[in-house]
Design a protein. Sequence first.
Length: 248
Amino acid sequence: MANEKSGRVIVLPGDRIDPSLIPSHPKRALKLGPGLRHTPPNELVSTVAGQLVTDPRKNSIWIENNGGRYKPAVGDLVIGTVHHSATDYFYVMLSDYTSNAILPQLAFEMATKKTRPNLNPGSLVYARVCLANRHMDPELECVSPTTGKADGLGPLNGGMVFGISLGMARRLLMRKSVEEGRVVVLEELGSAGLVFETAVGRNGKIWVSSENTKTVLVVGRAVKETDEKNLGVEQQKKLVRRLVKEAA
């Protein structure tokens, strides 16, 4: 049985999910995320321990779990490192000890054979997973298939990448990261006057860029410390005040 603690539903491997906790949508099919298995005809069973999370707008449900390695899923936003390239593809590393993902060289906004980006080994890209199954290497894209626009995807120039837990990455990527994910550290840093931009990868990475190198380090440290110490909202605010004061 799933146990409720402080308004959160915690499950263990093998727990059957109460039907009242499963979202429903008149037009969207239910989307199962990591940590859940469908047992016909209509039962959901957890495969990992963690927090049960739902997104009624997307009609999706998953288990929030910080452990394990990243497994690509269609629609995930990821930060990858170019390993090498071939005639038509870039081969991109998403995590250690897993096979490379493929990124077509024309899967960029306005890309043609003459204008496609020249990405050297070690280059960073922000991409979306468009194909993922156990029998094939995942495939990425840096352009929206419906609009043809980059929509924020593409090469990441400059900045630094920091490793974070998979759970923290998912919280930062929530539509309402403050209300739902209880992560206020980035908003607090911005309110303190720091100017920076970020990109969050579902594969446990956050990219931080700023004209001020010290700002990059402060932001990266703040996010990692929030993640590693599982800080609450008020603790995050105190952390930001301390780090900003130390960097002044």
